[in-house]
Design a protein around this ligand. Structure first.
Ligand code: ASP
Length: 439
């Protein structure tokens, strides 16, 4: 039995948290490979080490040295090592790291050092081997993870290593330079390592007891999801549920390795099990829907043209314009004579929106293009919906009862989720209403 455990920033925040991590690891001998984040926040207004490291980079660009910001990082690691009672010469490691940050003049390199330092400390504390992620994780020339190469590297590097600590969040690109994943990317590292060593379980230790049905800031009594499928998590993470990085599913999905989201500070809680579809136990949760997640600030372009359905290539032409502006399309619901293009509003600043609308007008000659801004998208996810009738009715009745005007509906053919668009001002009310309707 092999378990890969990833511990997030709060689990690394100070010596007490790291001691708790050690006790968790030592409770189960199959917890052989440990992936760590950089120390996160200890209290609400604290600054994450990764954020400090981005500041270091800015300081190097401006002043040629990161002395000021790095001193805060130094203080934090020195304190952790002291409180853990280690004889590790952390100042020597920090001196070298500071020098490398100054010399590299690279944001990714600088940001990656939080995980690097965390892993050095934790490996020393556990008495495990430190193995650098940069030795195993490769990005291709387009900056994308080179999956097969990486999986082979991980397998070869770790197959004869009984126990190791590996820094999360980064690897190397094809030119040999350090490259990070997007923020929260240590979750991806954990998944990559689990895939590479063919783990039986990927435990993702964080500071909450699993995925909640919806955001507890909106519904404080939101329940924990006991079991959820990979695809449902992808949908929820993509739509803003922040427990697990949206890209952390793909690596383990290949080998059907389950993920257990666990709480470092409440290890007795079962957490959420993320499993392939055919391992899903329909009785695990007590609701038809698994979760609700959403995001604010989308823009909808409603394009109308009579006889659109008969015009070959219409949608392609619209999408070519969108591609020309290098924009990501979120959803594309369509009718006989209408097409809605839904885009994240942050992509449409500085006049991009009006240029886009003009170019669409020029290229496809629509009857009209109507722009709706300040739209929230809310996904109600649950693969149980496919086997039942009445889910949509329950959802829409709940919203009607709250006088919420639905501006867009999109249900994929997989029946895994129903996505609705509402005004930003209805966002919280809408999530509340859906939660209440199904729980
Ligand atoms: N330390 C990185 C971040 O703050 C990566 C991670 O914690 O997963 O985003």
């Amino acid at each position: 039995m092999i378990k890969v455990c990833k511990f997030g920033g709060t689990s690394m925040a100070d010596a007490n948290a790291i001691k708790q991590v050690k006790s968790i690891i030592e409770l189960d001998s199959s917890r052989r490979y440990v992936v760590v984040s950089a120390p996160g926040k200890r209290f609400k207004d604290d600054i994450k080490i990764t954020d400090m490291l981005y500041r270091c980079y800015d300081e190097v660009v401006e002043f040629g040295t990161c002395k000021k910001s790095f001193s805060i990082i130094r203080e934090r690691f020195v304190q952790i090592v002291k409180d853990l009672g280690l004889s590790l010469d952390i100042n020597a490691v920090l001196d070298k790291t500071e020098k490398e940050i100054n010399e590299s003049k690279c944001a990714d390199f600088s940001a990656s050092r939080g995980e690097y330092l965390s892993a050095v400390v934790v490996a020393n504390f556990l008495g495990y081997e430190f193995i650098d992620a940069a030795e195993m994780i490769r990005f291709d020339s387009h900056g994308k993870l080179n999956d097969d190469y990486t999986a082979d590297k991980v397998y070869n590097r770790l197959q004869n290593v009984e126990r190791a600590v590996i820094p999360g969040f980064y690897g190397k690109n094809f030119q040999g330079n350090i490259k990070t994943f997007s923020r929260g990317g240590s979750d991806i590292t954990g998944s990559i390592i689990a895939n590479g060593v063919k783990a039986d379980l990927y435990e993702n230790w964080t500071d909450v007891s699993g995925f909640l049905v919806c955001d507890p800031r909106i519904v404080p009594e939101a329940k924990v999801i006991n079991q959820i499928t990979y695809k449902e998590v992808r949908e929820l993470s993509y739509m803003g549920a922040s427990v697990l990085h949206a890209e952390a599913i793909a690596p383990v999905m290949r080998k059907r390795i389950p993920i257990n989201i666990k709480n470092t500070f409440k290890p007795q809680d079962k957490g959420t099990m993320i499993v392939p579809n055919d391992q899903y136990d329909a009785k695990a949760n007590d609701s038809v829907i698994t979760g609700i997640a959403g995001k604010k600030n989308f823009t909808v372009l409603l394009i109308e043209k009579s006889m659109m359905n008969a015009e070959v290539g219409f949608i392609r032409k619209v999408l070519s314009v969108v591609e020309h502006f290098d924009l990501c399309v979120e959803h594309l619901p369509s009718g006989i004579d209408t097409l809605s293009v839904i885009l994240g509003s942050d992509q449409l600043k500085d006049g991009v929106l009006s240029d886009l609308v003009s170019e669409i007008r020029e290229n496809v000659n629509p009857d009209y293009v109507h722009v709706m801004e300040n739209i929230s998208l809310i996904a109600t996810v649950g693969h149980g919906m496919a086997r039942r009738h009445g889910t949509a009715a329950t959802l829409f009745t709940a919203l009607a009862n709250e006088n919420i005007n639905i501006k867009m509906i999109d249900q994929g053919s997989s029946e895994l989720n129903i996505i609705i668009g509402v005004a930003n001002s209805d966002y919280e009310k809408c999530i509340h209403a859906i939660y209440k309707a199904f729980n």
